[in-house]
Design a binder for this molecule. Structure first.
Ligand SMILES: Cc1ncc(C[n+]2csc(CCOP(=O)(O)OP(=O)(O)O)c2C)c(N)n1
Ligand SMILES: [Mg+2]
Length: 580
């Protein structure tokens, strides 16, 4: 975390301290600019092209850098930090392999609209294009997966570039911005100035909505008999959870939250229908298929939500509120577009809603459905089931933890059974579905929110993709509770092979995995194991009572499947419900 002495300074005092007339290196410009942006924690990994930058960090008490054990760990940590705090996450890597190791993390953040500033070193400007040692065209490689990228060829431009990068990353539709700094630029001297204002004529996101569009939405709500709201990650990212709650309370429209929207609306609310899509709740999926007005709010109609697009929401007029105009009409024909920041749109809409639409029968129908088709699993016997573990974690943390997940069955069970009621408490790779994300993202979330309990829920497959970051948990005493839902298999793939490929199990057995307790202990992290319900309760309590990081290996039933399930090619109302 940022050193005490800087944290106590006002913005003006900080500027005064950092902006003095002497010439400094590009590396110094970078570090000072980050401090002026309020960055209190950077995740990174050094190498030849960033050695001037790391040299500038040496002995610098103001700069807090965490050395991950893989660049992928660094970028997912920065991502978790950003999702948990709403501030820009920052990571640094060297040129060539360091930079290319970031690619998966950049794509992960891009797909989920997460604001990152990614700093890479590159070979000296004179060597660019010569296939120099550890040269990679990282701006070229990442062009399609960044919101914007810069290759800085002149040290005089560096501070302006950094200022712009932070602005672009965290305004409009958020996303990762890459700054590639050749080695000579990081060493050259310049006068440090830091622009107060950003002026990018070609980048002016439409934040302020058009009122005529909102009027149309209000009219449509008054006419609708069966309206439904589909709230996505945009609600969380724009900080619109209170406005959404007010909007729902005023209009009484039943509300669904997407995977990334979880926490954007309180799950305890009587009008909450759950998550939609491939593993959505029965009621959410039925509501989408039967509604006459569908109001998408900061949601992008992902194919895991809509399933077979031809038959998606067949009776609905669609309204779509989104800050990114490119999302309007991208996958669904939209009758009422509302382009603007979700919070602003809802703010205005809340002043225009005068009375509730007359939709009592619709609400009653959905509430009966919710009663009749709750999420269910076989709770009999002593065999430990993954859903039981998630429910237990939810109960014992009062739903107040920040939960990060990896990708697979455990991710879907966490989404289904940990009932979120606050925004920025749920961190998962939705769009890219990146295995390896769960654990390092929890480290970043914990660095950003040191006072929160952070629980990282992983599969036994995915944890092995970034388990090396146990080291930084141990040495920095980052108290993440690392849950492994150990079904001894690539569970989600097993489920598909069982259901869609007629039980032909191909390369899913994780035999040969390490003993996760010993793995944790090898890094100096406490490890616990549970194989029954009783052991699970005891081990989890012990983990909660232990101040530092703990890994808990929950050995669960291998054959458990995630239900409901809509298989690909089907519309949302064709759901496999499982035996329970
Ligand atoms: C990097 C990456 N590779 C492959 C996949 C495909 N994939 C999705 S879920 C899954 C299985 C995950 O297994 P595990 O981590 O044990 O979680 P489980 O499904 O068993 O809960 C795989 C291989 C992916 N999402 N990401
Ligand atoms: Mg598994």
């Amino acid at each position: 975390m940022q050193a005490e002495n800087l944290a106590t300074l006002s913005k003006d005092e900080l500027r005064k301290k950092l902006l003095h007339p002497d010439e400094v290196t590009g590396s110094e410009v970078l570090l000072r600019s980050l401090l002026l942006e309020g960055v209190d924690c950077v995740f990174g990994y050094p190498g030849g092209a960033v050695l001037y930058i790391y040299d500038a960090m040496h002995g610098n008490p103001d700069f807090n850098h965490l050395l991950t054990r893989h660049e992928q760990g660094a970028i997912h940590a920065a991502d978790g930090y950003a999702r948990a705090t709403g501030q820009v996450g920052v990571c640094i890597a060297t040129s060539g392999p360091g930079a290319t190791n970031l690619v998966t993390g950049i794509a992960t953040a891009y797909m989920d609209s997460v604001p990152l500033v990614v700093i890479t070193g590159n070979v000296a400007t004179s060597a660019i294009g010569t296939d120099a040692f550890q040269e990679a065209d990282i701006t070229g490689i990442t062009m399609p997966i960044t919101k914007h990228s810069y290759l800085v060829r002149d040290v005089k431009e560096l501070s302006t570039v950094i200022r712009e990068a932070f602005h672009i990353a965290n305004t409009g539709r958020k996303g990762p911005v890459l700054i590639d700094i050749p080695k000579d630029v990081s060493a050259e001297l310049t006068r440090f100035h830091y622009p107060e204002k950003v002026n990018i004529p070609s980048y002016q996101p439409t934040v302020e909505p058009n009122r005529l569009q909102i009027n149309k939405l209000i009219d449509a709500i008054q006419e609708a008999k069966q309206p439904v709201i589909l709230a996505g990650g945009g609600v969380v990212y724009s900080g619109a959870h209170e406005e959404l709650l007010e909007f729902v309370n005023k209009t009484q429209i039943p509300t669904i939250t997407t995977l990334l929207g979880l926490g954007g609306f309180p799950s305890g609310h009587e009008l909450w229908l759950g998550m939609p899509g491939m593993h959505g709740t029965y009621t959410a999926n039925k509501a989408l298929q039967n509604c006459d007005l569908l109001i998408g709010i900061g949601a992008r109609f992902d194919d895991r939500v809509t399933m077979k697009i031809d038959g998606f929401a067949p009776k609905a007029k669609i309204a779509h509120i989104d800050v990114d105009p490119a999302e309007i009409g991208k996958v669904v024909a939209t009758a009422i577009p509302c382009v603007g920041d979700v919070k602003r749109v809802l703010d205005i809409a809340n002043t225009l809603v005068t009375h509730e639409p007359n939709i009592e029968p619709w609400i009653t129908q959905l509430q009966e459905m919710k009663q009749q088709y709750p999420l269910k699993y076989d709770e009999t016997g002593d065999e430990l089931r993954p859903q039981y573990v998630i429910e237990m974690i939810h109960e014992t943390t009062d739903g107040e933890a920040i939960v990060t997940t990896d990708v697979g069955q455990h991710q879907m069970w966490a989404a289904q059974y940990y009932k979120f009621s606050k925004p920025r408490s749920w961190i998962t790779s939705g769009g890219l579905g990146t295995m390896g994300f769960g654990f390092p993202s929890a480290i970043g979330a914990q660095m950003g929110c040191p006072d929160r309990l952070v629980v990282s829920i992983n599969g036994d497959g995915g944890i092995q993709m970034c388990s090396q970051e146990l080291a930084i948990c141990a040495i920095n005493n980052i108290p993440v509770k690392i849950v492994v839902i150990n079904n001894q298999v690539l569970g989600m793939v097993r489920q598909w092979q069982e259901i869609i490929y007629d039980h032909r199990y191909s390369h899913i057995d994780l035999e040969g995995s390490p003993d996760f307790v010993k793995l944790a202990e090898a890094y100096g992290v406490k490890g616990l194991r549970a194989t029954t319900k009783e052991e699970a309760r005891d081990a989890w309590q012990e983990a909660l009572d232990t101040p530092g990081p703990v890994l808990i290996d929950f050995v669960v039933r291998k054959e458990e499947n995630v239900y409901p399930m809509v298989t690909q090619g089907n519309t949302l109302d064709v759901m496999l419900m499982g035996d329970a």
